[in-house]
Design a protein around this ligand. Sequence first.
Ligand SMILES: *Cc1c(COP(=O)(O)O)cnc(C)c1O
Length: 364
Amino acid sequence: MASLSDLPIRDDLRGLKPYGAPQEHVRIRLNVNENTHPIPEAVATDIVMAVAEAVLSVNRYPDREFTVLRDSLAGYLGSGITRENIWAANGSNEVLQQILQAFGGPGRSVLGFPPTYSMHSIIAAGTGTAWVAGERDENFEISPETAVAWIEKTRPDLVFFCSPNNPTGTPLSLETIVAAYDATDGIVVVDEAYAEFAPSDLPTALSLLEGRERLIVSRTMSKAFAFAGARLGYLAADPAIADALRLVRLPYHLSALTQAAATAALAHSAEMLAMVDDIKAQRDRILEELPKLGFPAWPSWSNFVLFGGVAEPHAVFEALLEQDIIIRDLGIPNHLRVTAGTVAETTAFLEAMAGLGPMARIGA
Ligand SMILES: *Cc1c(COP(=O)(O)O)cnc(C)c1O
């Protein structure tokens, strides 16, 4: 068998590592921020019926413009957003890839602020877009001044923000987004994959779209909507953005089955999102309990918690795995990340952490 280095692969892909969150057969999976609650059975039945009907016409190509789905997504977002403002693809990762295909690419660059979602730099690499790593302030925050300084220093073609940020849980102020937008002629993307887990009475970047044709807010049904396996991500932006993405998307990229399933799920958004409050309560429980065990946790507006104080992250990761619990070791020194699960899953995680023994903690 040949190895990768034997192949005439693009020079800029040589030596790179693929996205690699472990997919292990573990009882309690709290490592990739999925919604661990299964979707309600009545909703599942409706989705199956919709897919069953769609399958009868899979001899034909699907609606290339996924019009019905875009209407449903616009209705879900509200805030005056209409079908024309919406674009979707097979997961928000594909949406981000299309954005970089259209606005990035060879000779262009995207500025991001690590630690952040690992796929942002991986998709940049895949599309030949140079990844420029900015730096955050204290506490993983990004002030308007910091964002502007990095934009002026590096002159990127795109700026990627993530709010709340994965893997830190940190929110991003609307002031920072506006300041960044005003400081660049490029595209500003706010990845709001976890927006539904933020305080529900506060505006998100969606409220900034009006009059800002270079601003893109990306969302996903993978997390709050408990739809990770169905693959549906989307964005809201000026209609011209969708026109740009039509130049790079593959024709018929959203299958008739995906369109039917997602539309049926959106018709039940209240039931699909019913677990969000429960998950937030488990997140808050983790935020409260971990520090008592000697592991300080970072404030989080998402469905996961980044915590520190871990003497040897990989050893703790392995110790939990032995108890059939998987969390995430992101290579941040002395830190690990855990997804808030059901009450039972969260309890099992906290009990396992309590049982680790003092050697697991820094300074113990
Ligand atoms: C999980 C996640 C996504 C979701 O990706 P999909 O392709 O929609 O499943 C996007 N952005 C961030 C920051 C994430 O953590």
